[in-house]
Design a protein around this ligand. Structure first.
Ligand SMILES: NC(=O)c1ccc[n+]([C@@H]2O[C@H](COP(=O)([O-])OP(=O)(O)OC[C@H]3O[C@@H](n4cnc5c(N)ncnc54)[C@H](OP(=O)(O)O)[C@@H]3O)[C@@H](O)[C@H]2O)c1
Length: 245
């Protein structure tokens, strides 16, 4: 495995950060991105050796261009890309504004779409891309309409990419987390009480008797990025403790 190079978008907190920690321990070199300098600096210093951070807003195509050119100059080609950066703001369908629609789609879908496109020239042959979607793609949750649309759109392109990018040795798979305890809930605009209720509900109703943690997602992402999954294409691994079965 040596020192394979993996880029994680949105690696400053939550699932992305925990995946970075896990992959570092497994011997990878990790480049994380985020849009908040303070979060990025904190994360890189906590991650330590073999972790690098680049400030980059995934909803900005010029930022993605700069990110790719910086990585190319400083690290050369990479072995894998975890397309993880994403946002969720809880809002009813009727209350969803154009601003919220654009912010969510620009980050979770447009940003992810062009991240994959612009990274192609610096992905090795072979290499692996993992898209972080969500169980909302196949199970309905109130107040998630635009978030659901953004994740469904992202998941839908995995099969097309597997055909178009096959001759470049690039494969694409999906990790689909259930409700996972992370800073995303607080950022969503939900009240502390609503967050507690959500986490309690999913702990109580899950066959595993607890909420999914980012540490449950990290080994799955590592598997999908590694040679252990080299024949998988358009595979979706649902990491939800069985709540949606
Ligand atoms: N937690 C869940 O229940 C759950 C379930 C299914 C799927 N997911 C997905 O998992 C991914 C990670 O979420 P999380 O739960 O770990 O939440 P999180 O802790 O809020 O992490 C989100 C990460 O994305 C970054 N980010 C957000 N907008 C960005 C932008 N425009 N440009 C660059 N980076 C950006 C954040 O960086 P900054 O802080 O610097 O902005 C942070 O590093 C998301 O795609 C989310 O939709 C989460």
């Amino acid at each position: 495995m040596g020192n394979k190079k993996i880029v994680i978008t949105g690696g400053t907190t939550g699932i992305g950060f925990t995946c970075a920690e896990y992959l570092l321990k497994a011997g990878y070199n990790i480049i994380i991105t985020g849009r908040t300098k303070k979060n990025l600096d904190n994360a890189v210093s906590k991650l330590g050796k073999n972790a690098f951070g680049i400030l980059s807003d995934t909803s900005s195509l010029s930022d993605i261009d700069k990110l790719v050119s910086k990585i190319k100059n400083e690290f050369g080609k990479i072995d894998g890309l975890f397309v993880n950066a994403g946002i969720f703001k809880a809002m009813s369908f009727e209350g969803t504004t154009e601003d919220l629609f654009d912010e969510t789609m620009n980050t979770n879908f447009k940003g992810a779409f062009f991240t994959v496109q612009k990274f192609i020239p610096i992905l090795k042959n072979p290499s692996s891309i993992v898209l972080n979607t969500s169980i909302v793609v196949f199970k309905a949750f109130a107040d998630t309409s635009v978030y659901t649309a953004s994740k469904a759109a992202l998941e839908s392109i995995a099969k097309v990419l597997n055909i178009e990018l096959a001759d470049k040795g690039i494969r694409v798979n999906v990790v689909s987390p259930g409700v996972t305890q992370s800073p995303i809930q607080k950022k969503s605009g939900m009240s502390d009480e609503a967050i507690d209720n959500l986490l309690e509900h999913f702990s109580a109703t899950s066959p595993i008797g607890r909420i999914v943690q980012p540490t449950d997602i990290a080994p799955i992402v590592e598997f999908l990025l590694s040679d252990k999954s080299q024949v998988l294409r358009n595979e979706k691994i649902i990491v939800d403790g069985g709540t949606t079965m």
